[in-house]
Ligand binder design. Sequence first.
Ligand code: NAD
Ligand code: DAU
Length: 352
Amino acid sequence: MKTYLVTGGAGFIGSNFVLYMLKKYNDITLINVDALTYAGNLENLKSIENNENYHFVQADICDKDAIKQVFEQFDIDYVVNFAAESHVDRSIEDPETFVKTNVLGTLNLLNIAKEQWSAGDDEYIEGKKYLQVSTDEVYGSLGDTGYFTETTPLDPRSPYSSSKASADLLVNAYFETYKMPVNITRCSNNYGPYHFPEKLIPLIIHNCLNHKEIPVYGDGLNVRDWLYVEDHCKAIDMVLNNGRLGEVYNVGGHNERTNIDIVKLIISYLNEHADSAITEDLITFVKDRKGHDRRYAIDPTKITNELGWVPETKFEDGIVRTIKWYLEHQDWMKHVTSGAYKDYYSKMYGQK
Ligand code: NAD
Ligand code: DAU
């Protein structure tokens, strides 16, 4: 009977992870600590809110007293830290918020877990683990060839990826210095249900359904390596259970696509299945993102060889499943795009 402290469990990947874990295991306790920023939404977790194995605590991961209280109330075995400011464009506008949550928040979780799990000098109670959910963006940007492996030097280029890389360095330092039981996962771009429509795939779907222009940055030829979110959740579960302490695991499914191909694919599906007024005329090339990373591509050999992880959802299936989910959850989309989202969008793209 393990007790999980999941942070950021009301966000995109975190909520998918909470749902995945509570469906897979009926003998775990899962505490979701989330500050409920603009990106956190308890609607995502409606189906499990009354599950007796699930507890929600609204708190900031930087809040020492609140996090300590969670550890005192529950005998935490695993910390899975999803909580973060996650959007590159926002980090370009406001780096400080990213450093606070992503760096200082991680440091606070590490400190409290270290203190609460201590069994003497550099010794820890058996079976504990801290898992940092990191990103392939810490490796920087690739040219036309090559892949990120776990030994690729860190070379973050945006305030977001720099804050995530800083957090990774702290996690590694707690392993080397204090022998804390830790793992880091570095995953490529996720897609799937509950993805907030500031990110490319849900933004395309939202704009198509509302006949709004689709802003494509630069030449549209930047490449991302897309993974269905449930495959990421499975990888995290495997690393928690069997990952070697102190190790980093890259997670990705060899699924590279240019942004413009993703845009055209979604338009084509929606044109055929939802609304024939959705056409490529909606595509609008706009000014490039500052410091825009050209290409990401993960080599997942280590997690496949050591833990047997393989991506199970093919992109062709996952993207259709995702688009259908958005078509069936238009109330969810309306809810998350009301209020502050409108201000954000018009500031970013100058449109209403
Ligand atoms: P998200 O922005 O959708 O969700 C972040 C969640 O964290 C929200 O629920 C938010 O309320 C919460 N949060 C933010 N600041 C907090 C704070 N100070 N205290 C407590 N909670 C706070 O993010 P996501 O896309 O689900 O990403 C989750 C994690 O996975 C992040 O650490 C991100 O760096 C990493 N990651 C994301 C991707 C991706 O493609 N989205 C890929 C690889 C890694
Ligand atoms: O690689 C993992 C990372 O993927 C995660 O660590 C981040 O949290 C997550 O946000 C994501 O970062 P990206 O910057 O790759 O995702 P985003 O959806 O913002 O952009 C994907 C690509 O699409 C990128 O090349 C920028 C481009 N883009 C994005 C938006 C929002 C556009 O062309 N137009 C847009 O409107």
